[in-house]
Design a protein around this ligand. Sequence first.
Ligand SMILES: Nc1ncnc2c1ncn2[C@@H]1O[C@H](COP(=O)(O)OP(=O)(O)OP(=O)(O)O)[C@@H](O)[C@H]1O
Length: 314
Amino acid sequence: MDEIITIEGLTKKYGEKVAVDRLNLSITKGEIFGLLGPNGAGKSTTILMLLGLSEPTDGSVTVCGYNSTKEPIEVKRKVGYLPDQVGFYENRTGLENLLITATLNGQSRAAGKEKALQLLEQVGLTYAANQKTGTYSRGMKQRLGLADVLIKDPEVIILDEPTLGIDPKGVKELLQLIRNLSKENGLTVMLSSHHLHQVQQICDRVGLFVNGQLLAKGTVESLAKQLFGEEGQQIKVSATPITEDIIERIQTLPGVEKLAFDKEEITLLSKEDSTLQQIIDVIISSGSNLTALSQEKVGLDEIYQRYFEGAGER
Ligand SMILES: Nc1ncnc2c1ncn2[C@@H]1O[C@H](COP(=O)(O)OP(=O)(O)OP(=O)(O)O)[C@@H](O)[C@H]1O
């Protein structure tokens, strides 16, 4: 496979604090990779090292065959970076802002204009091309930011929290746009986010970043398996009454994890196929009435709750 980003043993320490801890990751050409993790997990630090803007304490990053630390200028030529807050000349129009970037990147005014107009069309901003960017909404600025990144003709684009502060409809459109741009132009995309549901919509693969370490990586479907085992499932049982004895017997069944209950319902996770039948046996043999039962494969919500909610405080 065509490897475009190679990260090996990448480590960044700020004094005693290990912000990125021996990260290994390969990303192939055309792939959309989501770096997912709570605040402070180390996503931005990783991106800065990838761009050659921060020096690793240990390990290396190679982008398009260039070492980001030793050859940052070459890397910058290949990589477009959209930070979480994009800055534009507010009293210039969207088109003018793109033209400034094109000129700074050595393109002629005519070629730059042609490209800028084409990109404005692609990101759905033709109607606002001659409007000052100071009047743009946050979603419009992010779209213009994408066009601004693409006008450099990068091979890789890195987007830091691209959907921050955008309303749900805008988020959906922006994500779809990123996906289309990547697939149409063979662009490799790395995006960081702490929104699992957003990342899941467009990423080919996701890495779960917690406390500086990549806990798991793979397709969204494979993550549940990696984290919960082949047969992870969530079970919900309703019965009347739910006695302490029932809870204790279910809690000690093999493979049962994370049991929670209220007066009428028990929810739990299990890696064992036989758990459902065993729960039924427990309830019936206790003389209670089973009123509802459901079993679902472990989903991303569960991954999210388990690894991210509160992870920043750990
Ligand atoms: N310049 C710095 N000096 C000291 N510590 C830092 C510095 N930059 C980052 N850190 C620490 O390193 C850790 C990782 O930070 P980083 O910004 O990479 O996380 P993140 O995953 O990008 O979070 P966010 O989503 O909030 O941007 C945090 O604990 C942060 O406080």
